[in-house]
Ligand binder design. Structure first.
Ligand code: SDX
Length: 435
């Protein structure tokens, strides 16, 4: 339960002989906040916190993470329960509306999404002009930006009806866009969504069905994909979500804000890590390096080698999502009849790392990206498609966080300060007088 306000610490800041009493703000769970708004006007000082390790950018009611306990909850519901009992579209509604939908509302939402999965032939042209070898995240960001051009009636960030329409259009068309990116890279024809087919099944069929063939996979394929999307759906103020909020704070429309989130997610330190993990495991296998020897490279800072899929800014314990994916990996690969030695290598690498002081001292554990690529690969996705799959999962979280931000009455355009450490004033020197 929330701590009563009187239980909050009193915060006084002494600057020389001046004492500044700072207000505090209670959290219902996790860290309470100290409000530093008067800092600059009262002291002339600004706070510096590279990477925002100690700085909250907002209050939020959407997702709670306890990094020490390995807890992740969407609107209060534990990720372990949602991953096994919910569906991706139900979780999307939960994140945006704050409550689990009743059967009627869920069905109405699913039907609305189903109606909008289609992309016009004009839109489909985009995929034919993008280079085949473009990284899928580059094409994905471009396609989302183009939605702003194709659906002008859904742009106004201050019009709830427009925001609701953009929400539905993006959630509905993202699977179609991602399937087209893959098929374009494969040189295959783009398929159409099949009205009435389940969201994840439609996506998988549009992605993998070959001309003249039926696309049939065991149900475990669809269940695993739906679960992976749920696991990625939101994660409070991570790099890409903070980028979406920052862009939206300028009253940029939802498409342009989400496109910024795609850009941030593409980085190998963030969503790009799932692809980097597969490349790392393949490197270990192809060069016949023992996990122990690889760890020596990782621990030698000069190598610049990181153990991709390990470590986290918030989780200083096992990422609960990684635990769920790890648990599912064996079962999914068995059910798909896939044997992947990279899974064995991943297990070995984890075992070596978790018994090594370097990782123990730094509280480095597997994060969501460590095992997900193994399952995506078993499903038939190439490593370059792993981060677009992360983006598909994260889309409802980006949208929910942006919607929370855009209606926040205390909201202001994001504009951090800096501490200038450059040259003091100096006069211009004409080029002929320079050394
Ligand atoms: C995601 O924020 C989110 O919620 C993100 C995410 C989400 O759902 O949105 O969970 C998704 O991005 C997961 C993270 C995926 N990235 C990776 O797997 C890349 C590898 N991980 C690291 O780059 C790193 O752990 C980060 C970027 C994830 C976190 O970096 P921090 O919090 O800035 O920590 P740090 O770099 O300051 O590391 C602290 C120490 C350092 O050593 P010292 O200087 O103290 O000696 O730990 C070391 C680091 O060198 N370290 C690692 C390491 N991660 C941290 N050493 C080797 N391998 C690693 N992976």
């Amino acid at each position: 339960m929330a701590k009563a306000k009187q239980d909050l610490p009193r915060v006084r800041l002494e600057v020389d002989d001046k004492a500044l009493e700072l207000a505090t703000i209670p959290a219902t769970q996790g860290n309470h906040g100290v409000v530093v708004t008067p800092l600059m006007s009262q002291t002339g000082l600004v706070a510096l916190d590279p990477g925002f390790l100690n700085t909250a950018a907002c209050t939020s009611e959407i997702t709670f993470i306890d990094g020490d306990q390995g807890i992740l909850r969407y609107r209060g519901y534990p990720i372990e329960q949602l991953a096994t009992q919910s569906s991706f579209l139900e979780v999307a509604l939960l994140l945006m509306k704050g409550e689990l939908p009743n059967a009627h509302d869920l069905e109405a939402f699913e039907t609305r999404i189903d109606k909008h999965m289609y992309l016009s032939d004009d839109f489909r042209q985009i995929f034919s002009v993008m280079p085949r070898r473009a990284h899928p995240m580059a094409t994905l960001g471009a396609a989302i930006n183009m939605m702003a051009g194709f659906y002008p009636e859904s742009l106004d960030p201050l019009d709830p009806a427009a925001v609701n329409l953009a929400t539905v259009l993006m959630l509905a068309k993202m699977p179609t866009v991602i399937s087209y990116i893959y098929r374009r890279a494969q040189g295959n024809a783009l398929l159409y969504p099949r009205p009435g087919q389940n969201y994840v099944e439609n996506f998988a069929r549009m992605t993998f069905q070959l001309p003249g063939e039926k696309f049939e996979v065991p149900d475990v394929f669809y269940r695993a994909l739906d679960t992976l999307l749920i696991l990625h759906a939101d994660h409070e103020q991570n790099c890409s979500t903070s980028s979406v909020r920052m862009i939206g704070s300028a009253q940029a429309n939802l498409y342009m804000s989400v496109s910024g989130g795609v850009s941030a997610l593409s980085g190998p330190l963030h969503g790009g890590a799932n692809e980097a993990v597969l490349n790392m495991l393949s490197y270990i296998r192809d060069n016949e390096i023992s996990p122990k020897d690889f760890m020596t490279q990782v621990k030698d800072k000069r190598s610049g080698v990181k153990l991709m899929g390990f470590g986290h800014r918030v989780y200083k314990s096992y990422d609960p999502r990684a635990a769920i994916v790890k648990e599912q990996a064996d079962a999914v690969l068995d059910a798909l009849g896939v044997k992947d030695e990279l899974l064995d290598i991943a297990h070995e690498v984890e075992q070596v790392a978790l018994s090594d002081d370097y990782f123990i001292e730094r509280r480095l554990y597997p994060n969501v990206d460590f095992y997900t690529g193994i399952i995506y690969r078993a499903m038939g996705f190439p490593a370059s498609m792993f981060t677009p799959l992360f983006a598909l999962g994260r889309l409802p979280g980006w949208i929910a966080q942006w919607r929370e931000m855009i209606v926040d009455p205390s909201g202001k355009i994001g504009r951090p300060r800096q501490i200038y450490v450059g040259e003091p004033h100096r006069d211009y020197v004409p080029v002929e007088k320079r050394p």
